[in-house]
Design a protein around this ligand. Structure first.
Ligand code: PEP
Length: 232
């Protein structure tokens, strides 16, 4: 069954927990669903979803377990709050939080140390795609995670497809996932992310080596999120 992970990004107040409850109500036997709310909602959401089979994840973490890092949250704290997954290397974080490959290696180690499942994001810019360098770019990003293949989930998210309504062609997604599978092997689940919605989910999720989806905007409404999950 496909793994469908929702990334709420910086969206959601306590009143939005109802939407997570609706996801739990609509979950079918065997569905593998994860919601990554902002860290302010993690504990409440984990409690609300306890026993439903819908898991909760975080969107980023600091590489240290604790210390003088004002405003930051460690992987251990996220686990303590009820998270079982943690996204790292999302293009918005690479851009806004200064995530470099070196830092991401440390974050990956921190997530594994805390016993969370890392969802490691990779993806090229439009410029790189148009220059024909998408696969080489992603392969270079995968060097950070290669040593932990089998312990990490990897999400291919072309930057130009995130929140834009645009997606690569099915052939381009399949070619990228084939290349990632060749690097990482059978033990690593590979997700596609970038403007996944109920209308395109069936085609994307049927492609070889696409084991699930990382969903941003369409994860905010339970109906859309479940529509994606049930398209697979
Ligand atoms: C994301 O940010 O991880 C994402 C895939 O966003 P969207 O689905 O909105 O393109």
């Amino acid at each position: 069954m496909a793994l469908i992970i929702g990334n709420w990004k910086m969206n959601g107040l306590r009143s939005g927990l109802d939407e997570a409850g609706k996801v739990a109500e609509g979950k079918r036997e065997g569905d593998r669903l994860v919601i990554c709310p902002p860290s302010t909602l993690l504990m409440a959401m984990a409690e609300a979803l306890d026993g439903t089979g819908v898991e909760v994840g975080a969107q980023d973490c600091h590489m240290s377990a604790s210390g003088a890092h004002t405003g930051r949250v460690s992987a251990e704290m996220l686990k303590d709050a009820g998270a079982t997954y943690c996204i790292i290397g999302h293009s918005e974080c690479r851009d806004e939080c200064g995530d470099t490959d070196g830092l991401l290696g440390e974050k990956l180690a921190a997530v594994l140390r805390a016993g969370l499942k890392p969802v490691f994001c990779v993806g090229e810019s439009l410029e790189t795609r148009e220059a024909g360098g998408a696969i080489d770019h992603v392969k270079r990003q995968l060097e950070v995670v290669e040593g932990e293949a089998g312990r990490a989930i990897v999400a291919y998210e072309p930057i130009w497809a995130i929140g834009t309504g645009k997606t690569p062609s099915a052939d381009d997604i399949a070619a990228m996932h084939e290349a990632m599978h060749a690097v990482l092997g059978d033990g690593t689940e590979l997700l596609y992310g970038g403007s996944v919605k109920p209308a395109n989910a069936a085609e994307i999720l049927s492609l070889p080596h696409v084991d699930g989806a990382l969903v941003g905007g369409a994860s905010l409404k339970a109906e859309d999120f479940l529509g994606i999950a049930h398209a697979s």
